[in-house]
Write a protein that binds this ligand. Structure first.
Ligand code: CP3
Length: 340
């Protein structure tokens, strides 16, 4: 049956009966049943329980005929294996931000068995419950996006402490990124062995540095991560956010799928890199306006982007206030294309 998973066909750029659709952060707070569950359990408790995480992973699948499930976890989930302590408020808050040599040295080489074992268990449980035609996705944070939280200490506009660290301590940043990319490569391959058909690398904060600094400081580590995962035979989706100036640079990295946000002309990306599948890229804010603008945006996207090698998605995570009708409108637009 695996050969029939639409998402995998699209990743390979093959002709499809219709385009596959999934939604970044589809297992999140816009779902009333998720909010209900969270009245009983804090986020960390849900993420640390394979049973609860698998249940949340399946929540959007019960409501909408999406073509992929993405395991419910956070980009920080594997980091305890490196000795990192953190909490959520609501985003990650790192207990001891890493700003010096001692902080970088304190990151321990992880025992592979300790890299997100609860995430791997959730993947196995989810796979058992999913229909054969539905793909299952694993994911990790890109080394730079993880470093953003580790150095800054928490999400902050433009991450000034991170950028200061990159400028003042490039050697320490290099060691930090090397440790993170090695650990994430192991983690992604483990996720594939636990049942993930493909993995997405979230580089949500890709765009913070100039192209020249990205090439010098970041690229080698992201490339190593993607290369290692590719050598293990795992299909890779590479997502970059708010980084139009880095698009060509990311397109030069080894990944089957380039996932872009709404700032980028995705049809042009498809034309420019014909061997690459593309994923995206409706502005999540459009869905806040309800079914009509969502349908209009979806129809426009389908008209502009050729179906082979296109995975329909938003350009970033679905927003908590999104009406369910908007998600239905998106699903309907994608499914109706088949009939026309
Ligand atoms: O949104 C992205 O850019 C994707 C990459 C990313 C994730 N977590 C993946 C994720 C990033 C940048 C994070 C960091 C993070 N962790 C944030 C972002 C905001 C900030 O302050 O920096 C937040 C809010 C968290 C904590 C967190 N993660 C919560 C509370 C939840 C539950 C769901 C929700 O929306 O409330 C998550 C889940 C999460 N983070 C998933 C993923 C892929 C699970 C899958 C899904 O929601 O579909």
């Amino acid at each position: 049956m695996t050969g029939e998973r639409l998402l995998l066909k699209a990743i390979r750029g093959e002709a499809v009966e219709r385009r596959p659709l999934w939604i970044m952060r589809q297992a999140g707070r816009y779902l009333p049943e998720y909010r209900e569950l969270r009245r009983s359990y804090p986020f960390k408790a849900v993420a640390q329980s394979p049973e609860l995480a698998a249940r949340v992973t399946l929540m959007p699948m019960a409501r909408f005929p999406l073509d992929a499930a993405i395991v419910f976890a956070d980009i920080m989930s594997p980091l305890p294996a490196l000795g990192v302590e953190f909490d959520f408020d609501p985003g990650p808050v790192v207990e001891k931000p890493i700003r010096d040599r001692a902080g970088v040295d304190a990151l321990t080489p992880p025992d592979p068995a300790r890299l997100g074992p609860e995430v791997l268990a959730a993947l196995r449980q989810t796979r058992d419950a999913l229909p054969a035609e539905t793909a299952l996705l694993g994911f990790c944070g890109a080394p730079w996006t993880l470093a953003a939280y580790l150095v800054e200490g928490r999400g902050r506009k433009d991450f000034p402490k991170l950028r200061a660290f990159a400028a003042a301590e490039p050697k320490l940043l290099e060691i930090l990124l090397r440790k993170l990319s090695g650990a994430m490569a192991t983690y992604l391959v483990s996720q594939a062995r636990a049942g993930a058909d493909a993995v997405q690398v979230f580089d949500s904060w890709a765009g913070l540095l100039s192209l020249a600094d990205w090439e010098r400081l970041i690229r080698p580590h992201l490339e190593m991560l993607l290369q290692t995962v590719g050598e293990a035979g795992v299909p890779r989706i590479l997502f970059l956010q708010n980084a139009p100036h880095l698009l060509d640079a990311y397109a030069g990295l080894p990944a089957e799928v380039l996932a872009v946000d709404w700032r980028v002309d995705i049809a042009e990306v498809q034309r420019r890199y014909p061997s690459r599948a593309v994923q995206g890229n409706i502005d999540p804010a459009v869905l806040l306006g309800g079914a009509a603008p969502t349908r209009a945006a979806a129809v426009a996207l389908l008209q502009q982007v050729r179906p082979e090698g296109h995975i329909v998605n938003l350009g970033h995570g679905i927003l908590p206030q999104t009406p369910l009708e908007s998600v239905s409108a998106l699903v309907d637009a994608v499914h109706e294309e088949q009939a026309t």
